[in-house]
Design a protein around this ligand. Structure first.
Ligand code: RBF
Length: 159
């Protein structure tokens, strides 16, 4: 992988058969969120994850709260958050995207349940489409699945 490549790398031999993974996804920009979701499910399946808990919330601003509810439920080992915030469509861009990122980091550190950041914060729809491609393409949701499994495995090793 070339240096400067923005995609996440994954250690060899990563497996998720023993893991329970939660998904928290926003319903704003639902067509693109659905593409991220397809990527997440593809990534989880490739790693052997069978136990998936899937929840939706109104928008990306609510994603941290949804993640906190799942994390506190003790029913998941890690969480994938999905959402799409497009600058061109909202003057709230900074508020929604920054609060979502800040909230997700806070919740994973406070609860100890790893949370992968699978939100797109982009300038326009073209960028959102380019980062949510189908099999073989760049899909942030798929990458977030790998991140969730890797961090859940690490947390389990030291539990
Ligand atoms: N939620 C998103 O997930 N993506 C957005 O691009 C987005 N844009 C918004 C723009 C405005 C003007 C408002 C009021 C809300 C937006 N939301 C968006 C919804 C937000 O995350 C949240 O659901 C609502 O603000 C209700 O708390």
């Amino acid at each position: 992988m070339a240096s400067g490549d923005e995609r996440a790398t994954t250690p060899d031999g990563l497996g998720g058969a023993d893991l329970r993974i939660g998904i928290v996804r926003a319903r704003w920009n639902v067509e693109i969120v659905d593409r991220l979701l397809a990527g997440t499910l593809r990534g989880l399946e490739a790693l052997g994850v069978e136990h998936v808990l899937d929840e939706t919330v109104p928008g990306s601003f609510e994603v941290p709260m949804g993640a906190r509810i799942l994390a506190n439920s003790k029913q998941v080992d890690a969480i994938v958050c999905l959402g799409v915030v497009i600058r061109g469509e909202t003057t709230h861009y900074e508020i929604v995207s920054e609060e979502a990122a800040r909230g997700i980091q806070q919740i994973q550190l406070d609860t100890g349940v790893p949370i992968a950041f699978g939100l797109l914060t982009v300038e326009n729809e073209a960028q959102a489409l380019a980062r949510s491609e189908g099999p073989g393409g760049h899909n942030v949701g798929e990458e977030a699945a790998l991140v969730a499994v890797e961090m859940a495995q690490m947390e389990k090793r030291y539990r």
